[in-house]
Ligand binder design. Structure first.
Ligand SMILES: Nc1ncnc2c1ncn2[C@@H]1O[C@H](COP(=O)(O)OP(=O)(O)O)[C@@H](O)[C@H]1O
Ligand SMILES: [Mg+2]
Length: 303
């Protein structure tokens, strides 16, 4: 069986997944056009399209995922799942609907009045990544000042921006990687000195972590809510043992440091191959995961 990773770039994670294919499965990184040519009945595909460098949308190729799915090809990280993760407005709505904790989020559109959100807020692009243009505004004055700068941004004029309740930053977060309903890796990201954002692109460092059960459960639920088979789920700690699901990474990049007992690439390749071959395991296969109710402190916030 061929498992095609549909991507516009051969990222280190895509190459490591391809190298970790289990026996009997060939994993290849293909562009959307190449995948349409190469994929045959009985093969499977996984969408690995990322957001654009310009932050104003998603890599070209969602059309190919739709067209392969329509041909009856087993399609993982479908267009709907990638959009659920890449468009942070959609993420907020899906997490709210799933009853998962997420900061209150509003859409701010060019030329429209500011949505009401008290206290310090975070302003960010809908299709953001690498922490770029993620800005903290302490009060309404700082927010209106920032708005004037936003009007120069192409992504803002195209899609507006998100205004989000600020979860008090603790200098670190937790990223959990989920593959086909199984946690295959996790890392703690420690913000650079003087930096509140935890992106590695902004100087954060990675530290090994054994993710608590609650964090794994939230990550599995978030992946199920997005309908994604391979997803990175970023969790902000509340300092009292709880977490807020901050964002979903639909084209998550990870490293060998994410290992939880087994190599994270081998683990992900194995779980995704099992899913592609239709082998049910735990919450995988075609079964819908069934989770117990969340503890009361994780009650949903309005989005
Ligand atoms: N609402 C928020 N409350 C607290 N910290 C936030 C919030 N939004 C973003 N951050 C910080 O900024 C970083 C980047 O924001 P994020 O939404 O993940 O955008 P990106 O896709 O660019 O990584 C996060 O990892 C987190 O450290
Ligand atoms: Mg992020």
């Amino acid at each position: 069986m061929l498992l095609a990773l549909i991507a516009q770039r051969s990222t280190p994670t895509n190459l490591a997944l391809a190298a970790a294919a289990p026996r009997g499965v060939e994993i290849r990184v293909l562009t959307p056009e190449q995948a349409l040519e190469a994929v045959q009945p009985g093969d499977a595909v996984l969408g690995r399209l990322d957001v654009l460098e310009s932050l104003d949308g998603v890599d070209d190729g969602l059309w190919a995922l739709g067209s392969l799915a329509a041909r009856g090809i087993q399609t993982m990280n479908r267009a709907s799942a990638l959009l659920a993760a890449h468009d942070k407005l959609l993420t907020a709505r899906l997490l709210l609907r799933a009853g998962l904790p997420h900061p209150r989020t509003r859409l701010l559109t060019a030329g429209r009045p500011l949505p009401p959100l008290d206290g310090p807020v975070v302003v960010k692009p809908r299709f953001g990544s690498w922490g770029r243009d993620v800005v903290r505004c302490r009060d309404a004055k700082a927010l209106s000042r920032h708005l004037r700068e936003l009007e120069q941004r192409v992504w803002f004029r195209a899609h507006g921006a998100l205004i989000q309740e600020l979860i008090p930053p603790r200098g670190h977060d937790l990223r959990v990687v989920v593959a086909a309903g199984t946690v295959v890796g996790a890392i703690s990201r420690i913000a650079a000195p003087g930096e509140w954002r935890t992106n590695v692109a902004l100087g954060a460092t990675r530290a090994a972590v054994n993710p608590p059960e609650l964090a794994c459960e939230l990550a599995l639920r978030a992946a199920a809510a997005a309908g994604a088979e391979l997803l990175g789920v970023d969790l902000l700690p509340d300092g009292a043992g709880g977490y807020t699901v901050l964002e979903l990474n639909g084209a998550v990049e990870f490293t060998a440091e994410y290992a939880l007992g087994r190599d994270p690439f081998a683990a992900a390749a194995w779980e995704l191959s099992r899913r592609a071959l239709g082998c049910p395991q735990g919450p995988s296969g075609r079964m819908q995961p069934v989770f117990p109710p969340l503890p009361a402190e994780a009650a949903p916030l309005e989005a």
